[in-house]
Design a protein around this ligand. Sequence first.
Ligand SMILES: [Zn+2]
Length: 414
Amino acid sequence: MPMTPDARVDLDRFWSTIEASADIGKGRPGGLSRLTLGDDDRDMRDLFCTWCRDAGLRVEVDAAGNIFGQRDGTDNDLPPILIGSHLDTQINGGRFDGIAGVLAGLEVLRCLNDLGHVTRRPVVVVDWTNEEGARFSPPMVASGCFVGKYDIDWVHDLIADDGAGFGDELERIGYKGTRPCKAGEIDAYFELHIEQGPILHAEGRAVGIVTGGYPVRGMRASFQGQTSHTGPTPMDLRRNALAAGARWLTAIDDLGWDFAVHDGKATAARLTAWPNKPGILSESAEAICDVRHPDPVTTRVMAERMRRAVFESAARCGCDAVIEDEWEWGGDIFDHTLIESLRTQAIRMGYNWRDIDSQAGHDAYFLATHCPTAMIFAPCKNGITHNNEESCDPSDFVAGLNILLHAVVARADR
Ligand SMILES: [Zn+2]
C-alpha cells in the first residue's frame, strides 16, 4: 500500500527509543557520557542492532564499525538512500546530539513498515562511529573513511588518551565488521540533528532546513622546548613549550573576539604538555584550535592569522613549532535539489520553518563530498549542547521527523 501525504511518524515510539538510549552510559544528571567504542557504546550498538533486526532490516557492520540497517526496496540494484548520524556522545554529552538522527532514521523505517510501503530504492539507517572525536581524534573519522578521506589502517591505528587503539577496541566490543569501509554509489544522504545553537528555539521555529555549513579551518600544532629548572633558569634562556602553547590558545581566543561582530568564532580547544609538572619547564606541548566564519574568505583570513600565531607564540617562548595536521570543512556543500524537497515538505505540512546554517561539524559534511546530502535541524532548548543539560521536548522533533519521512520516500520512490 503506498504511503499517503497525510502519513505521520509515531512520535511516542520515537521518544521511547530516545529514553531507552538515555539509560545507557549515563553521565552527569540528565546527560550521557557514552564515549565511542567503550562498553556503553557497545551496549547501545547492541540495542540499536536489535531494534533494526526487529524492524526487518538487514544489518551490516563495516571495518570502521559503522552500522547499516537496510530496508530493501523493489529495485535493490538502485543506489540506496542513507539516513544517519551518531550514537556516541561527548564526555559531558546530552541525550539528543546525534542520537536523535539515528533514531529518526529507524523511526522512518518502522513507519514504512506500519504503512506497508515498499520504496523503489533501498533505504538504510546508519550509525557512524566516533563522530564526536571525544575519545579518538579527529572527529567524524569513520564517515570520513567511508567517503575515502581517511585510510582504514590509519583509522585502526588511532590511539585514545586512555591508551586504547581504535582497531583493538572495535574488535573487543565486537564491531570490527567485515564489510569494507568504502562508500558505493549513494542516491542521497539525509541527517536530522538538533541545532546545537539558540536560533530555532529563540524564534519559536519548529524546524530548520540546513542550507550549508560555516566554513571551518582547524589545526593541531606541536611546540618543542627544553626542560630545565623553574628557579635558576633566566627568563631569556627559557624554552617553555607549555607557555608557547598557552600563548597560541589565548591568541586564538582573541582572534575570535576580533571577528565576533560578524559571527566569527575561534576555539582554543585543547592543550597538552610534557612533563607538565611544577619545578620543571615543559619540553613539549600540543594544542588544537579552529576558526569559523559564515564568509569563506574571512575564514581563510582567520586561518592565516591562526597559522601565523603558531610561530609567533613559539618564537616568543624560544621554542620551535610544527603544524602537525590541518583540516577544513563546511561551505556550500549541501544539495540544492534535496534542500528544496525539504522546504517543499515543510510548507506542505504547514510547519514554522526557516533556512539555517550549520555551525558545528557533522558526518553529513563528509557524505556531501560523495553524494547529494541535506540536513534538518530540530530546536533544542536555548541551544545548550555538549552539556548534560541539553534538552528537547518530543514536540521539538515533530516537524523534522515528518519532513524527513516524506522527503526520504519521495526521493526513494522516484
Ligand atoms: Zn552530533
